[in-house]
Write a protein that binds this ligand. Structure first.
Ligand code: PGA
Length: 245
């Protein structure tokens, strides 16, 4: 694992969503059978809003793409609007002209979330692993629900959410917020062929600086990505504001 700093691509805030959307649409055009792991949350929302039109413009479809969900809350009923599977369906999948070839999510309604994690990893392995994982960045440095303290070999598993992640879920509209979740593991993220870490807004400036310029440490899970040879960091100028440059 190298400790080298990974320079972000910094885009003006007004252009950020358009640029990332174009980059993603071009990536899908180049590899129509992409195995694509997607996050939920506020960071990717403007990309999902734009992606169906961008694909249309390029004459590209996601009909052969396998979409893989990054993480999920436990304890929310199926269809709850804050559930990550519901969010991704509503924001992107249900808006595509052609549905993706498959949408892999966690079977969190079956009563055995640990078994659901094992099954999830097995499904990913069966289709040849992840080509591209897109990640937002938590205010505490988490990626997916890999909370501070996560080592590089942590696999897909059940997670006890930190107060900061619970508060974010409460603000999204789950009140009381869930206490547990399941997440694609750090090991599985690091095993993906390509990773895009997205960060927008002034509120991410301090943690993005820690991720890119602080020590590589399990205490800041995002920093562990710096050892990944296929990492792209795409930030807007507000999130990049505290970087040494
Ligand atoms: P956000 O969340 O995109 O809503 O800021 C990112 C995260 O907590 O992983």
């Amino acid at each position: 694992m190298t400790e080298a700093r990974r320079d972000p691509e910094v885009v003006p805030a007004a252009e950020w969503a358009d640029e990332v959307t174009e980059a993603l649409a071009a990536r899908i055009a180049a590899q129509p059978d992409l195995v694509l792991c997607l996050p939920t949350g506020s960071t990717p929302e403007p990309i999902y809003e734009r992606l169906p039109d961008a694909l249309d413009r390029l004459g590209v479809s996601m009909a052969r793409v396998t979409v893989v969900l990054l993480d999920e809350y436990l304890g929310l009923p199926a269809g709850h609007r804050i559930r990550c599977d519901s969010q991704l369906r509503r924001q992107l999948i249900d808006r595509l002209d052609a549905p993706p070839a498959a949408f892999l999510s966690f079977d969190v309604d079956g009563g055995d979330p640990a078994a659901a994690c094992v099954a999830f990893d097995a499904e990913i392995a069966a289709i040849g692993g992840l080509d591209l994982v897109i990640l937002g960045l938590g205010m505490n440095g988490h990626i997916g629900m890999n909370e501070p303290g996560t080592p590089t070999d942590a696999s897909t598993r059940v997670i006890e959410l930190t107060p900061s992640t619970m508060e974010a879920a409460r603000q999204y509209g789950a009140d009381p917020p869930p206490k547990y979740g399941v997440t694609l593991g750090m090991a599985e993220i690091l095993a993906a062929r390509e990773v895009w870490l997205l960060a927008t807004g002034e509120r991410k400036a301090a943690i993005l600086r820690e991720v890119l310029e602080g020590p590589v440490t399990a205490d800041v899970p995002g920093s562990l990505l710096r050892g990944h040879p296929g990492l792209r960091v795409i930030a807007d100028d507000a999130a990049a504001d505290s970087l040494a440059g």
